[in-house]
Write a new protein. Structure first.
Length: 143
């Protein structure tokens, strides 16, 4: 036999359901009225978390991390006479520099590309940085 629901319990459940619907409606309305860059940042952050990344804003120095996001810029900047491919990775919560020492080019690593990197976070010139990370190119979401 199933558990019987009293009138009070049904009323509470109904109120909770309506509150959840209102919250969903408010969230959808907020998405339509928010500035475009805020909506984009929220979508980036949600996608990064879905792909298993830690939000950049939550990273701690000297700790291993996996970060997912979109490459905003990729440049070649020699460091102490050694070629270095430098990329800015953005996940909606912040940006991190990703540097591959000794590399002039990596196929597929280009602005606008979604990528997942894994390595130890450090501070270099006041910026969160991962040197020579393990990386994986992530297919576009199609949205």
């Amino acid at each position: 036999m199933g558990k019987q629901i009293t009138g009070d319990q049904a009323t509470i459940a109904s109120v909770e359901n309506r509150a959840a619907e209102r919250f969903g409606l408010r969230r959808a309305l907020a998405k339509f009225t928010a500035p475009q860059h805020v909506v984009h940042a929220d979508e980036e952050r949600e996608q990064a978390v879905r792909l298993g990344g830690t939000p950049i804003a939550q990273l701690k120095s000297r700790q291993p991390a996996m970060v997912c996001g979109t490459l905003r810029a990729v440049t070649l900047r020699p460091r102490a006479g050694v070629p270095a491919l430098v990329a800015e990775l953005y996940d909606g919560s912040g940006s991190i520099s990703v540097i591959w020492l000794g590399r002039r080019h990596i196929g597929g690593v280009e602005p606008g590309r979604r990528i997942r990197v894994q390595g130890v976070v450090c501070e270099a010139s006041g910026t969160a940085t991962i040197f020579n990370p393990r990386y994986e190119l992530v297919p576009g979401t199609g949205s």
